[in-house]
Design a protein around this ligand. Structure first.
Ligand code: 7TS
Length: 418
């Protein structure tokens, strides 16, 4: 599929994303599905991987495969250097310090780590504040923490556009609020939340803020110091990196005071049967052999998007978002769910009289991959009175031609079910 329409659009700095070249970096994009060129619009679920990431994984396993932090031999040194180098790359990417970066399995584990470890200091009557648009990963760990400690879970509402109602959020904050947990970008609606303002408000009450950045880091530049958040979580696989690796940023002084999350190798300083001394962060929170290849692959992915430029990526994706919104709105019977003023390139929609799964099935026949369902945000779906939506989510390699293909396929679904 040609990318010329997108590739010819120039940005004010004159270095627009060359989408045709970008697409050449992603082997998985060049395949047929059901006899049609693949149009991959399920990027919020996971992204495809560029050759640079595949090469980094292969390079580790074919040359440097050894365990980290425990061998003096050459391969172990190389593996350790690459793993710790990956930590430095992630730290630079977020404007954090390497010792503030904990490698986890993904966003889900990062949030569970904070809920379990930082959360252990909560007591009955304390409050945890989340919002109505959270992914289950940013709801359930807090519910479990509330059950364990007697703390109370409170939920800030959203408006009909899918935006957090800041006045309501502020009203729910109080001296008992200990933790605020909020998505930077909603996976189901695309809403970009005002996390800087949320951090500012929460801090006036002494609450700590965890930002779920799973859907933010692939689309916009994130600076944890500028946001002034206390914790920031994201997954490698949503930013063109491997599955099974993710990141927790934690402010050093918080990590330093937190108890371990899991026990095992690498997280200790010394062990006797009487007493174990724990290692310093981030190692305190990385029990056992980590996903070494995953961290190295994630660093390659971060270097890849950094080379292209987060601002260029954002502009390109905003163009796709606007085009997709317009094209879908023109189709009779389509209603877009999530119309916030600030959105990342996610378009959730329903088609009158057609179940979202049926829409997605017709789209798949046309080679268009989207997700249908509740998007692991059932309370959010309930807020909109819907069991599910169909969701197209865009990435840096998508084109305006693919937006056209999406709209054509949705029109086809409408005809079939008319
Ligand atoms: N938080 C948000 C906002 C997410 O979108 C997701 C995954 C997670 C947390 C969990 O990330 P994980 O890597 O630990 O699983 N979201 C989606 C999605 O929208 N479709 O599939 C997975």
């Amino acid at each position: 599929m040609s990318a010329t329409r997108t590739a010819t659009v120039n940005t004010s700095r004159g270095n627009a994303l060359d989408v045709a070249r970008v697409r050449a970096d992603f082997p998985a994009l060049h395949q047929q599905v059901n006899g049609r060129p693949l149009v991959y619009l399920d990027n919020a679920a996971t992204t495809q991987k560029p050759q640079a990431v595949l090469d980094a994984l292969l390079g580790f396993y074919s040359r440097d495969c050894a365990n980290v932090h425990r061998g003096v031999h050459a391969l172990s040194q190389r593996a350790t250097d690459a793993y710790e180098g990956a930590r430095e790359t992630v730290a630079r990417f977020l404007n954090a310090r390497p010792r503030e970066i904990v490698f986890t399995r993904g966003t889900t584990e990062a949030i569970n780590l904070v809920a379990y470890s930082y959360g252990s200091r909560l007591s009955p009557g304390d409050e945890i504040l989340i919002t109505e648009l959270e992914h289950h990963s940013n709801i359930v760990p807090w519910q479990m923490l509330a059950e364990r400690t007697g703390a109370r879970l409170r939920v800030a509402p959203i408006n009909d556009r899918g935006e957090i109602i800041l006045e309501e959020f502020q009203r729910l904050l109080g001296p008992r609020t200990r933790i605020v947990a909020v998505a930077h970008v909603s996976n189901a609606l695309g809403t970009v939340n005002p996390v800087e303002e949320i951090c500012r408000l929460a801090h006036t009450y002494g609450a700590r803020v965890l930002v779920d950045g799973a859907q933010a880091v692939p689309h916009l530049a994130v600076d944890v110091r500028a946001l002034d958040c206390d914790f920031y979580a994201f997954s490698g696989h949503k930013i063109y990196g491997p599955t099974g690796i993710g990141v927790l940023f934690g402010r050093w002084e918080l990590l330093e005071a937190m108890p371990p999350y899991q026990g095992g190798g690498d997280m200790i300083r010394s062990v006797t049967f009487e007493k174990t001394l724990y290692n310093d962060p981030p190692y305190r929170f990385e029990a056992g052999t980590p996903h070494i290849a995953g961290a190295i692959g994630l660093a390659a992915a971060i270097e890849y998007v950094t080379r292209l430029g987060l601002e260029e990526i954002r502009r390109h994706e905003q163009q796709l978002l606007q085009a997709a919104t317009r094209a879908l709105e023109e189709i009779p019977g389509v209603r877009i769910v999530g119309t916030a003023a600030h959105k990342a390139a996610v378009v959730s929609f329903v088609l009158d009289g057609v179940h979202p799964h049926d829409v997605a099935t017709v789209l798949d026949h046309e080679g268009v991959a989207v997700r249908a369902g509740h998007h692991c945000a059932q309370p959010l779906m309930e807020r909109f009175g819907l069991p599910a939506t169909t969701r197209a989510s865009f990435a840096l390699y998508n084109t305006l031609e693919e937006v056209d293909a999406l709209a054509r396929a949705v029109r086809r679904a409408r005809e079939l079910f008319d």
